[in-house]
Design a protein around this ligand. Structure first.
Ligand code: ZN
Length: 369
């Protein structure tokens, strides 16, 4: 069972435990066995991404929540890992190898009979860059399952289920002011497809609205193939004009927006394949695997006002948790990071007695956070 580093130091210092492994840092108790201990168990949560995968080990315990004074299921993050994938490096390496091979075939080095076109790929074959993503994630999960009592695995299965997205768009409409799960799924999808930037001016880091390419008033649909993200100035400037009129003086931008609209579901297919295979691979280890939509994760994360990172996304995957945020510890009125000004008086000559002068400086403090 994951424990606090201070507890591990105490156990190691008193000789009750030994270091079993350094990554992930694991200690083994010498005076107790697994059979003779009761452990509540932990959940493993995954947020698979194309660049990195966030992994969090959490526990969920019923606790009394202080402000309301009522019981709630509180989730604590015990271990957080961000696994960076080397997909790009593998792709570059494979392209370099293909270049060498291409030259060997075309350069007249020696006679070589043409190879028969008998190549085939086994079922479930994936390009090495994608295969690596699944393999490295499952191997780390295997290791964590070996050292922690994992009872459940929760995976963020981004709801880029294309039919569900279009159906949800029909039902609720993406302009709903209330953040619904269906609405945030579409938003997550659009954010990924448009790389979190305005489709018309490319602005990033600004508030983005869901925007109809063909306006609703001109018969445009709510399908994702008619939706882009636009910053507020662009959104207002476009109004009810069509995209051809709005981008008439920016033909390059018009072309790129139209291209992206034509292939919105293309990348999604590749991502879905990888995620499905990952879930299948995780399901073979006898621990129940639950999948959750990415919109749900984003919603949980926003409710808890957590910033976006793969590890925090993994922590927010699944269910409706109350995440326990660590509070600053107050010790004698101070906490870590406080700035303290000390006024140390000088020795005031022979007038003060020898005992009094040794009684330590008078410290006046000002604590500011
Ligand atoms: Zn814009």
């Amino acid at each position: 069972m994951p424990c606090h580093p201070a507890r591990a130091r105490e156990l190691l210092g008193s000789g009750r435990a030994v270091v079993a492994r350094r990554a992930p840092f694991t200690i083994r108790l010498k005076d107790r066995s697994r059979a003779g201990s009761a452990v509540p168990g932990v959940q493993l949560r995954l947020d698979p991404g194309s660049r990195a995968t966030g992994i969090a080990i959490t526990d969920e315990l019923p606790r009394i929540v202080a402000p309301e004074g009522r019981g709630a299921l509180v989730r604590r993050g015990l271990i957080g890992i961000e696994l960076r994938h080397r997909g790009g490096q593998i792709h570059t390496g494979m392209m370099r190898r293909a270049g060498y091979r291409r030259r060997r075939r075309s350069a007249n080095l020696r006679y070589r009979a043409p190879r028969r076109d008998n190549r085939s790929r086994p079922d479930g074959w994936l390009p090495p860059a994608l295969r690596h993503r699944i393999d490295s994630t499952t191997s780390l999960v295997t290791r964590l399952c070996r050292y922690a009592p994992v009872l459940e695995i929760h995976v963020e299965q981004v709801a880029f289920d294309t039919t569900a997205i279009t159906a949800a768009a029909m039902a609720s409409g993406p302009r709903d002011p209330e953040p619904t799960h269906a609405g945030s799924d579409i938003r997550e999808f659009l954010l990924a497809a448009w790389k979190r930037s305005c489709a018309y001016c490319g602005a990033t880091g600004v508030r983005l609205n869901v925007e109809h390419v063909i306006p609703r008033s001109r018969g445009g649909s709510n399908r994702v193939t008619n939706l882009v993200l636009a910053c507020i100035p662009c959104n207002q400037a476009k109004g009810v004009t069509c995209i051809e009129e709005f981008l008439v003086d920016r033909p390059a931008r018009l072309e790129s927006v139209k291209n992206q609209l034509r292939k919105p579901l293309h990348d999604v297919a590749a991502m879905n394949t990888t995620r499905l295979l990952l879930v299948k691979a995780l399901a073979t280890r006898g621990v129940p695997v639950h999948t959750w939509s990415g919109g749900r994760t984003a919603w949980n994360r926003q409710v808890m006002r957590l910033p976006k990172s793969h590890t925090l996304d993994a922590l927010a995957t699944g269910g409706f948790p109350r995440l326990l945020r660590p509070r600053g510890k107050i010790h004698h009125g101070y906490s870590t990071g406080d700035l303290v000004a000390a006024l140390v008086p000088r020795e005031s000559g022979p007038a003060s007695g020898s005992g009094a002068s040794r009684s330590g400086p008078v410290v006046s403090t000002a604590s500011q956070r």
